[in-house]
Design a protein around this ligand. Sequence first.
Ligand code: NAD
Ligand code: ZN
Length: 355
Amino acid sequence: MTLNSIKSTGYEVVFGDASELLIDFLNKNSYSKIFFLVDSNTSEHCYPIIAMNLAGDVEYDIIEIDAGEESKNIDICIGIWKMLLDFGADRKGLMINLGGGVTTDMGSFAAATYKRGIDFLQIPTTLLSQVDASVGGKTGIDIDNIKNIIGTFSNPQKVIIDTAFLETLPKRQLVSGFAEIIKHGLIMDKAYFEKTKAAGIEKIDDELIHRSVEIKNEIVTEDPHEKNIRKKLNFGHTIGHAVESYSLQTDENPLSHGEAIAIGMICESWLSVKHSGLSQEEFKEIYDYILSVYPAYKVNEMAFAEIMAYMKNDKKNESDKINFTLLNSIGTSSINFYCEEDEIVESIKFYNGLI
Ligand code: NAD
Ligand code: ZN
C-alpha cells in the first residue's frame, strides 16, 4: 500500500523505501557535498541499507556520534561543526540525519547553525522520532540535565519515513515511542485511539504510523511556534517529564521517555476528570489500557517535593504556575489549565494506588 505524503510548513513527509526516496530527492536537487549523521547503532543497522543502494551514484562523508541522550550536547555539536569544516562543507552542502530523536534533533541543530544554515533531511529510525521528533521543526541540544534548552525552529527539506528500520529497534524503544501514538489519539482522534488500542504494539503498522504523523503535523502547522494549540502535544508531559527527570537522577534502570509519559498521561487524565470534563468511564478506559502496556512503576512518595521542583522548573511554564493540557474526552483536549500542587500530588497517589 502506498501512503500519501503529508504536507507540512514548506516541506513534505514522505513514506516508503528510504533509499529510493533519497535517490529521488538527490536527483531533483543539487548539492556540493553530502554528509550523513549517524549514531553508533544506526551506523550498524540503518546506514548499510542506504549505502548499499547509493553505491557509486553519490559521494558523501559520514559523521558518527555515540548513541544515547548523553551525546546531545554542545561538545559533540562542536565536533560535528568541526568535521563539516574539515570535510569542506560550504553553504550548498546537505546533511542527512539518519537515526532516532537524538540524531535528528542534534543534526538539524548543527545544520541549521553551520554557516548560518545548510539544508538537511530527516530520516528517523525509531518509532518516537518517526511519529514525533522529526516532524515539527524543533531542533536542539541539552545542557547538563536540561533538555532541549538550546535550539532553533528550522525546517528540513524533507522527512523520509521508512518503517522497515523499526525491525532492528529494541522492543523497549518501540514501546517508548508508542506512548506518543497513544497521546495523539487521546488529544485529537478517538477513532484512532480505539484503532491503536485494538491493534496493540505488536500490530502497529504503516497506516497507524502515518495517521500519528498526520495528527502531529496538523497541530504543528497550525501553531509552529507553540503559542497555543501546539501545547496540546504536552499532554502527559508535565508530570511525565518530572517523573522521567527524577528517575534518570535516581534509578539504576531509569524509565524510558515513553514509560514516564505513560504515567504522566494517567495522572493528567485524573486531573482531566476534575477540571476538563473527562468522564470516569473514559478515564478508566485510559488507565486500564495504559497499565496493560507499560511496566508497573511506583513513583517514590518520599520524593514528591523533588518531583514538584522539576515541574516548576519546566521551561514550558510562564511565571511560576504549572501549565497543563487536559482531556475533555477521549479525542478532544484543551490547553492552559493551572492545577494546584495538592491535586497534582493526589493524581500521582491515585496512579500509585493502581500499581
Ligand atoms: P535515540 O535517538 O537515542 O534512539 C534510541 C536508541 O535507539 C538509541 O540507542 C539509538 O542508537 C537506537 N536506534 C535508533 N534507530 C535504531 C534502529 N533502527 N535499530 C536499532 N537501534 C536504533 O532516542 P529517541 O527515543 O529516538 O528520541 C529521543 C530524543 O528525541 C530526545 O532527545 C528528545 O528530546 C527528542 N525529541 C524531540 C522532539 C522534537 O520535536 N524535536 C520531540 C520528541 C522527542
Ligand atoms: Zn514525548
